[in-house]
Unconditional design. Structure first.
Length: 122
């Protein structure tokens, strides 16, 4: 998933009603029962079938779940970027070693530092 796609998802999330969402069943009359998605501002979504608790819970948790997933994806992207850089440095250090250099180059030390950063990141 590229940065543009992440930004599109985050834009929709930011445009949604803020605050915590919850799912509640509400009786409007003796014959009308609905499942509502509530926020601190009132209900924002309603289904006519109160038997759909799983769907209502999914909708109610979507903003928090999406926010958490976006954070995780961004963290994974950063780890991949760091690992790709470390691999480049390690490859370069390996070539230096194969050429007969015994003392680790700055690139080799940088690669080891990057590898340590990856190991400590999560």
């Amino acid at each position: 998933m590229d940065a543009k796609r992440l930004e599109e998802i985050e834009s929709r999330l930011k445009a949604a009603t803020p605050g915590e969402w919850s799912a509640r069943c509400r009786e409007f009359s003796n014959t009308e029962i609905a499942r509502n998605i509530w926020t601190e501002y009132g209900w924002i979504c309603r289904t006519e079938n109160c038997d759909q608790q799983e769907n209502a819970d999914f909708i109610a948790h979507a903003p928090t779940d999406i926010s958490d997933l976006l954070s995780e994806v961004r963290e994974c992207h950063e780890k991949i970027r760091v690992m790709e850089e470390a691999l480049k440095l390690i490859s370069s250090a390996q070539r230096s070693y194969e050429c007969g250099y015994v003392i680790p180059s700055k690139r080799a030390r940088d690669a080891l530092a990057a590898a340590d950063k990856i190991g400590g990141a999560g």
